[in-house]
Structure formats: C-alpha cells, structure tokens
Ligand binder design. Structure first.
Ligand SMILES: NC(=O)c1ccc[n+]([C@@H]2O[C@H](COP(=O)([O-])OP(=O)(O)OC[C@H]3O[C@@H](n4cnc5c(N)ncnc54)[C@H](OP(=O)(O)O)[C@@H]3O)[C@@H](O)[C@H]2O)c1
Length: 245
C-alpha cells in the first residue's frame, strides 16, 4: 500500500506562524500540501509565512483564532474548511508554556493550559473527523510527560491530557484517520532565553546536543505519511525520556 500522499492535500497547522509550527508548515508545502496557517497574535509572521509557502507552488491561507476560547477552538476547523476546502491533515502544534509550581498553581492556570493545549487539539480533531474523510493528525506533546516537570505543572498536566486524548482518538477515529504525537525535548529556547539556554543544557541530553526545528518537522512528516502507525508517540529528545519515569 502507498504511503499517505501529501501532494494536493490541505493541512491545518495550529500556531504555525513561528518556530516549530512554521517549520512543519514549510515541510508540508515542500511536500506539495496546501497549508492553512493558524495564528493567534502573530498576524504579520503568518502573512509572511503564507507568502513563503506559495513559493512551493501550493496555496496558503492565514487564519486567526484564540484557542483559549472553546468556541473559537470548536469553530476553527469549519472556518478552515470554508476557506480552503476539505482538510486532510491536522497538526496540533499551538501551545502555551508558562511557569507554575504545585505549591501555588491556580485553577485558572490549569484550565487555561488545558483549554489551549488539550481541549483545542481535541475539539479540532473531533471536527476534523466529522468531515468523514481519510486523514492524518499529529499532536505535539513534550518529552516531560515521562517525568515530573515541577516548574510547569499546569502545562505538563495539559500535555498528559493530550497524551490520553491521542490514544483515545487514535482508536475512535480508526481506520480512516491516524492520530500520533511527537514529544520534543530540548529544541528551541523558551521566550526570554537565547541559544545559550540550549548550550547550558545539552550536557543533560544523552546524545549531547539539542534538537533542531528540522528534527521535529522530519518526524511529523514521517508520521503524516505512515499508513500503519497510530496512537504512537515519538520522542524527539536525544534520549532524555530514557532518564525519566
Ligand atoms: N520548543 C521546544 O523546544 C519544545 C519542547 C517540548 C515541547 N514543545 C511543544 O512543541 C510545540 C511547538 O513548540 P514551540 O516552542 O514552537 O511553541 P511556542 O512558540 O511556545 O507556541 C506556538 C504557538 O502557539 C500559539 N498559541 C499560544 N497561545 C495560543 C492561543 N491562546 N490561541 C492560539 N494559539 C496560541 C502562538 O501563536 P501566536 O504566536 O500566533 O500567538 C505560538 O506562536 C508546542 O506544543 C510545545 O509544547 C516544544
């Protein structure tokens, strides 16, 4: 059986204007897929990326939406479809990553992280499946789901939810749709940090380096094109998950 062909298909990538989402959008366009570039605040970057994507001979559309608002999360796939037609690929990349510790994490932090990082990917996946088309979904987890990330409690709880939803939706949406996940490790510095942040931490990575946007995009593309993998999580973390759990 042939691998899932991306050429001529349409993909929705959330949080695609910058960083890892942008790298995935570029790889999809390079493979011949049209891309709906979802963004929240990065309108200028999303417009610029769409211009870059069309250089691959595909179509690209910027699409705003605040995924912290459940009604916007639920309406995003129908809006993408109205703009671009049927959507056969969904990459749930958008995320918030804010500090919180067990001793002072608030209900609002837990619910906001859950809304953006777990509910929105699920709501998008459900609307995606409701199209009744064969397709591919890739969710973004974090290698830290294998351990206890004490400075980011609300964030990591939301990624645990998304890990559970990845397994549940993989079963629920089979056989037409596969649902897989990548769990990145040390790849890009968080907001407010530069590359020296990565350099300081590479010593803790078994492969003694940090990852790149290309490492992540290649893995996403592999999962999107696979026909016999579903409910799987690939750690793209240089082996860090082996030291956790
Ligand atoms: N970077 C890493 O090394 C690393 C490590 C482990 C896991 N991950 C995971 O990999 C994915 C991508 O990482 P990243 O570092 O590239 O992500 P990021 O830069 O932190 O966030 C990606 C995008 O999410 C969007 N977003 C945030 N809040 C939103 C909201 N309320 N509504 C809609 N969109 C919202 C933002 O869009 P706008 O800019 O348009 O507002 C942002 O550009 C994330 O799921 C992250 O958890 C990354």
């Amino acid at each position: 059986m042939c691998a899932f062909a991306l050429r001529g298909k349409t993909a929705l990538v959330t949080g695609a204007a910058k960083r890892l989402g942008r790298a995935c959008a570029l790889s999809l366009a390079e493979a011949g897929a049209n891309v709906v570039v979802h963004y929240n605040r990065s309108a200028a970057e999303a417009e610029a990326l769409c211009a870059d994507l069309t250089r691959y001979g595909v179509r690209a559309w910027p699409l705003p939406g605040d995924l912290a608002r459940p009604e916007e999360a639920e309406g995003l796939l129908p809006r993408a479809r109205a703009l671009a037609g049927p959507v056969q690929v969904l990459v749930n990349n958008a995320s918030i990553f804010d500090p919180s510790r067990l001793e002072d994490v608030s209900f609002d932090q837990v619910t906001e992280n859950a809304a953006v990082n777990a509910w929105a990917p699920f709501a998008l996946s459900r609307a995606f499946a409701a199209q009744g088309l064969p397709g591919r979904i890739v969710n973004f987890l974090d290698t830290r789901v294998d351990g206890y990330d004490w400075p980011h409690v609300a964030y990591i709880l939301s990624k645990h939810l998304l890990a559970a939803l990845t397994r549940m939706t993989a079963l629920e949406y089979a056989p037409d749709i596969t649902v897989n996940a990548v769990a990145p490790g040390l790849v890009l510095p968080p907001p407010g940090e530069d590359d020296s942040y990565l350099d300081r931490l590479t010593g803790s990575v078994p492969l003694q380096r940090h990852g790149t946007e290309a490492d992540i995009a290649r893995t996403v593309m592999f999962l999107l094109q696979s026909d016999f993998i579903t409910g799987e999580v690939i750690h793209v973390d240089g082996g860090v998950h082996l030291r956790r759990g």
